[in-house]
Write a protein that binds this ligand. Structure first.
Ligand code: PMP
Length: 439
């Protein structure tokens, strides 16, 4: 490896995100192309994408409609500011998303990523209470093991220690509910676990401690993906909804992973039958092709901002690339693809087959728990004594060599294949994981 960044093939200049850079650069895993369910590596090998990129390529790679829409849009209208100016596709996309979103989540704020969607939702929550005259509602509540992106608001309400501990004091006025990860009580449950709904009562304790009139919002992932596929216990999300509604606290679902069909429905909110006040999304919105995020907002919240003088800006927030035309074109084409190929329904119809395939791994060496919902699955391994994360990462490396890309978090292996996956490809993916666990 050279350290001269002037050399085209030098690897030192690129500081890779969430990557063990020094280790990666000794043994890089490089891809040159992708189509459908497969990557092609730079040395010409096919590797199955067992994770839909980073939980985003729901329609598979190089979905033709999306690729064409991007190519057409970039030559027609490449860019237009979103401040005090518009273009039709942004309005069309907002309408489509408002139709798709549950209940009265009828308004959409565009961002460029999941992290920005989270910051946007938190800021809207705080500003909403101010707009309504409830100045004191400034506290935010997240959850242990929650992943809400990497910006300061998101890591403050988030609950993953490595993402927080190096970065100073974070936001003040933030509390966390306990997480619901309980592989002892809920081991090997398909779908929602039986145990843990009582953890929602943590919110009542925080209300008793601080007073409801100081709390702006609670943010949770309906299914926590990044911390290793932690599913909501039966009744848990419903109880959070009851408590928040009773106390005038907003409930935000971070659906950056669960939106756009991952669980076999448009949103996790639909899958779990709980309607939040805001939903944050990104990833599958454009099938990962162009960075874009969207926050779905209830009419009640939106309308609270629409009361001042008409010439005044209602919300001092937005991004240079909010509603970027190329991103809008990609998103519209992604939504068309999901609808026309009936991919959400397809995910739902494969849920049982997927679960059975995953559970065939039960009993293999070191398998401590298996969890699943929709087309998401996780296999939790017993850690190697004194070397956490090693067992799962070694398994991941073996799977890569055998032709499948997985994802690890600690000693948990997570999978979330594109929703176009065929049953025989599910068998292939799980077969590679089985071999990698044994080897
Ligand atoms: N929220 C959740 C629930 C996520 O899973 C992620 C990304 N994995 C994010 C936010 C952040 O999204 P991004 O990486 O696009 O900023």
């Amino acid at each position: 490896m050279t350290t001269d960044p002037k050399r085209a093939n030098a690897m030192d200049a690129y500081w890779m995100p969430f990557t063990a850079n020094r280790q990666f650069k000794q043994n890089p895993r490089m891809v040159a192309a992708a189509e459908g369910m497969y990557y092609t590596t730079t040395d010409g090998r096919k590797v199955m994408d067992g994770t839909a990129g980073l939980w985003c390529v729901n329609a598979g790679h190089a979905a033709p409609r999306i690729t064409e829409a991007v190519q057409k849009q970039v030559t027609e209208l490449d860019y237009a500011p979103a401040f005090q100016m518009g273009h039709p596709k942004a309005f069309e996309l907002a309408n489509r998303l408002a139709e798709l979103a549950p209940g009265d989540l009828n308004h959409v704020f565009f961002t460029n990523s999941g992290s920005e969607s989270v910051e946007t939702a938190l800021k809207i929550a705080l500003a909403y209470h101010k707009a309504k005259g409830e100045q004191g509602r400034t506290r935010l509540i997240g959850r242990e093991k929650g992943y809400h992106g990497v910006n300061f608001g998101g890591i403050s309400v988030g609950g993953i220690v490595n993402n927080r501990r190096h970065f100073g004091s974070l936001l003040t006025g933030v509390d966390h509910l306990r997480h619901t990860h309980d592989p002892e009580r809920n081991a090997f449950t398909k779908g929602q676990p039986e145990h843990g709904a009582e953890l929602a009562e943590d919110l009542v304790r925080l209300i008793d401690l601080h007073g409801a009139e100081t709390i702006a919002a609670v943010i949770v992932e309906p299914m926590a993906g990044s911390a290793g596929v932690i599913l909501p216990p039966k009744g848990y999300l419903q109880r959070l909804r009851e408590i928040t509604r009773e106390h005038g606290i907003l409930l935000i679902f971070d659906e950056v992973i669960t939106a756009y069909g991952r669980l076999g429905r448009a949103f996790g909110a639909d899958y779990y039958c709980v309607e939040p006040d805001m939903i944050t999304t990104a990833k599958g919105l454009t099938n990962g092709v162009i960075p874009m995020g969207a926050v779905m907002v209830s009419s009640e919240i939106h309308d609270a901002f629409m009361t001042g003088p008409e010439h005044m800006i209602e919300l001092f927030h937005g991004y240079t690339y909010s509603g970027n035309p190329v991103a809008c074109a990609a998103a519209l084409a992604a939504l068309d693809t999901y609808r026309e190929e009936e991919l959400f329904e397809r995910a739902a119809s494969l849920e049982e087959y997927w679960a059975d395939a995953l559970f065939s791994l039960k009993g293999l060496p070191h398998v401590k728990d298996i969890r699943c919902a929709g087309l998401v699955g996780a296999v939790e391994l017993e850690p190697v004594a004194g070397v956490p994360t090693k067992r799962a990462f070694d398994t991941y490396l073996r799977a890569w060599d055998k032709g499948a890309h997985l994802r690890t978090t600690g000693d948990i292996i997570a999978m979330s294949p594109p929703l176009i996956i065929e049953k025989r490809e599910i068998d292939e993916l799980i077969g590679i994981l089985a071999e990698s666990l044994i080897a």
